[in-house]
Design a protein around this ligand. Sequence first.
Ligand SMILES: Nc1ncnc2c1ncn2[C@@H]1O[C@H](COP(=O)(O)OP(=O)(O)OP(=O)(O)O)[C@@H](O)[C@H]1O
Ligand SMILES: [Mg+2]
Length: 502
Amino acid sequence: MREIEVLIQAQYPLIYLVTFEEERAEEAIARIAQTKPQHHVFVWTVTHGMVEYGRTNAPTQHNTISPQAAIEWASRYKESGIFIFKDLHPFIDNAEVNRWLRDTVINFRGTQKTLILMSPIQNVPVELEKDIVMVEYPLPDMQELDEVLNQHLKVPFGKKRVTPETREKLLKAALGLTRDEADKVYRKADVVAGKLTESEVDIILSEKKQVIKRNGILEFLEFDETIEAVGGLSELKRWLTQRAGAFTERARQYGLPQPKGMLILGVPGCGKSLIAKTTARLWGLPLLRLDMGRVYDGSMVGRSEANLRNALRVAESISPAILFIDEVDKAFAGAAGSADADGGTSSRIFGSFLTWMQEKNSPVFVMATANRVEKLPSEFLRKGRFDEIFFVDLPTQDERTEVFRIHLAKRRKEIDRFDIEELGKACEGFSGAEIEQAIVAAMYEAFAQKREFTQFDILSALRSTMPISRTMMEQVTALREWARNRARPAATSFAEYLRAEF
Ligand SMILES: Nc1ncnc2c1ncn2[C@@H]1O[C@H](COP(=O)(O)OP(=O)(O)OP(=O)(O)O)[C@@H](O)[C@H]1O
Ligand SMILES: [Mg+2]
């Protein structure tokens, strides 16, 4: 809000405020107006026309239902004032409305008048691009949520007591929600449990998950597996473990910069998604999956950018958090090609994502995975974009043995009857996923014959599998070639292999 205040002070005639929270934003603007004598606030809607803010039963100003008339009215208004237009975006492409707005910009110059377009959807016609200042209204911070929480802690004579720690947990749990949503989840928790204590944090969190899910692009992932479930990739594991405390206050005081993000490239089925998901556990941060496919969803045509921005804003407000973008090569594939099949939407989205990554100060760690580099726009891979680009290669023999041990131990208590060394040797070129599949196939085979599965079952399952590394040899070789000089190997063994070669 400070930004809006400055803009009003500096006599910016036209401000576009992107928000879902009309009421909250309106109140904040009204508060700004109060500090300036003679500043009237008017609110326009297509249903009521122009009405003075805060006056009960205030009449509609003469004939101001149509947007053109309302803008004209505002520009003829003699005193200083703030004119909030709610949801003008469906009309803004109309030539007349558009022209009226441009005239207003000229008209308001040097006056104490400001026109604010308030809408959850960002729609700025090219003609107005240079005249409008965009402002994103942030979601409520801890302090503002505290006010909401206080309302719920009120009892007839005084207030329910909560310890500062409980209060902080209750507030943190609601971060990322709008004020109304926070109000609702606190009320629900209060109704369900009859109290608001630490044990209600889970109710609030699960409500928040629902709310975030509704936006359709972000998803809260819960993942039980720890980093021990990943075989091999020791270098990558070391890197991640080393940064486990990177988002703590202690790290800030020590002067460590916050990690920005990492890209994990590699052969399909070798554990990229797996390790990305276990990182949240390792670092003790919430894991948010950004579904880029949904950003471009046809049912939300023209809203892709707003969708993405919204999702990023929610992620920031929940931070510190991990933002997981799986298979980013598929998401941004369109941006790499020159053919603008989708009218440039994907390159625009890609651009705004890069800008966000560049400028973000909030502790949101971007964890992206990909297996086709040639599909990624080169800007994405530029040095400095990510803290590190890791390359996950096919597992070595030792790593394959480890993957066997992990997946057998997951399914049977007693695994001594397997010679896992032999198994590891027998599957050169197999990925972790293919190893897991061989175990599953062996189990099916034995189960159908009503017996326990054996070493032999696994070996014959391996023999009857053609690994991807062979069917897609060219791609795998090309990827390795590419990664050789540009990415850091996720397994030390590969690093040693490189060192040995040069
Ligand atoms: N290194 C590994 N250690 C243990 N399990 C593994 C490993 N690699 C793969 N797996 C098993 O295979 C499954 C699929 O792997 P994952 O989805 O992580 O592969 P990926 O590298 O993301 O592949 P893609 O490029 O196709 O997305 C995992 O859930 C896990 O069960
Ligand atoms: Mg994957």
